[in-house]
Design a protein around this ligand. Sequence first.
Ligand code: GAR
Length: 192
Amino acid sequence: MRVVILGSGRGSNAEALCIAQQEGRLGRARVVAIFADRPEAGILALGPRFGVDARYLDPAPFKTKLEGEGELRYIEAVRACAPDLVVLAGFMRVVKPGFLQAFAGKVINLHPSLLPSFPGLDGIGQAFRHGVKITGCTVHHVIPAIDAGPIIDQAAVRVEPTDTLESLAQKIHAAEHRLLVEVVARLSQDAR
Ligand code: GAR
């Protein structure tokens, strides 16, 4: 199963996928390319480290969504990878119907809360400030509405009275790394 990852940030979830693949824990999935919408994104350093094609792709003209020329550039580059699965791993940009139709049913997203609670930006901070006692992370199919789409799986994280925003973020990131690897491995087995 050919996997393409899109990201904007440090890429710890993409790293978890690459490490799992190296250690034989990613089923039949293989990361074939990583694309970032910011040239300075840490996720791009995974390319040379894991021998994967990793490139900045200009998302212009829009700042927060992928549409117009930028969307066409992404569709072309991702299509050239012939992906079976496109993973949005910290891709902080709204993906529009054009891209979703090009890869229908193949685009999944990771979000750091138990959706449908706390969609959008800063899911961890939103949950922490709300004072929930259980939060977590979600992997879901992507539809045009933000952080909606059928849920594939979730992992719960308990918020302890001693937790700070930073300690909670660490726990959620660790849960995300495990969940995303499990989901991708499982999807690769189902795709047999
Ligand atoms: C992750 O926590 C992911 O859930 C979040 O961005 C982070 C990326 O971290 N995504 C969203 O908030 C999407 N709405 P990473 O770059 O270290 O993988």
